[in-house]
Design a protein around this ligand. Structure first.
Ligand code: AMP
Length: 219
């Protein structure tokens, strides 16, 4: 297989984090989740965390310059030399252009997950994240989830993300609608792109995603 360089695009709740973790395991490439990096900074109370906390709580986007510096540093690490999966970056046309300029010789696949709004709202409301290992869960009846409060992998407590409340959920969905179209057009014109129905069961989405990855980069 050629080195897989993948960006995942989709609204909040479309399954980017879940799919990125599976792809990362399957192809042994690092998952780079800008949301996770920012949440860790907020939790640590670092200067970066202090700058972004209110923006994230409002469901708005952190400034491009800051995000671009963060991703540039992360992609310069040795583990990203042989491919990566980006979850949550790029989110603006400018971020996409700068990413192309950072990696002029790398073939890229953009995967776009499409999910209707009413499904997204239900999923985000039901989403929980492990406080330790960051595994994602869906509680309640969606996908046969349970009301279990503890992580089945490491036993730690499951939490709701601070921005998974209805008001912020709606702001984040609106932010996506405001910014996604030029981003998707960019990838349609410039690189391989796959548009995938993200509303079906996670395992079905994974199968579709992997099939596109192997069509693009080989087996
Ligand atoms: P996520 O976990 O991807 O939903 O990201 C959570 C929040 O982090 C977003 O609502 C934004 O406030 C911020 N964020 C993450 N990635 C980016 C990005 N590429 N550009 C701007 N803001 C971002």
């Amino acid at each position: 297989m050629a080195q897989p360089n993948i960006v995942l695009i989709g609204p909040p709740g479309s399954g980017k984090g879940t799919q990125a973790a599976r792809i990362s395991d399957r192809y042994t490439i690092p998952m780079i989740s800008t949301g996770d990096i920012l949440r860790a900074a907020v939790k640590a109370g670092s200067p970066l965390g202090k700058r972004v906390q209110a923006i994230m709580a409002a469901g708005a986007l952190v400034g491009d310059d800051l995000m671009i510096d963060l991703v540039r540093d992360r992609l310069a690490q040795a583990d990203a030399a042989h491919g990566f999966i980006l979850d949550g970056f790029p989110r603006t046309l400018n971020q996409a252009r700068v990413l192309d300029d950072m990696l002029p010789d790398r073939k890229m696949l953009a995967i776009v997950l499409v999910v209707p709004n009413n499904v997204l709202e239900r999923r985000l409301d039901a989403r929980r994240i492990c406080s330790q290992c960051r595994t994602l869960y869906t509680t309640g009846t969606l996908y046969g989830g349970s009301e279990e409060e503890l992580c089945s992998k490491c036993g730690a407590t499951l939490l709701r993300r601070d921005d998974d409340n209805l008001e912020t959920i709606r702001a984040r969905l609106q932010t996506y609608r405001d910014t996604a179209e030029p981003l998707i057009r960019h990838y349609r014109e410039r690189s391989a792109m796959a548009v995938i129905d993200g509303s079906v069961a996670p395992a079905q989405v994974t199968a579709a995603v992997m099939s596109h990855i192997e069509q693009t980069f080989g087996k």
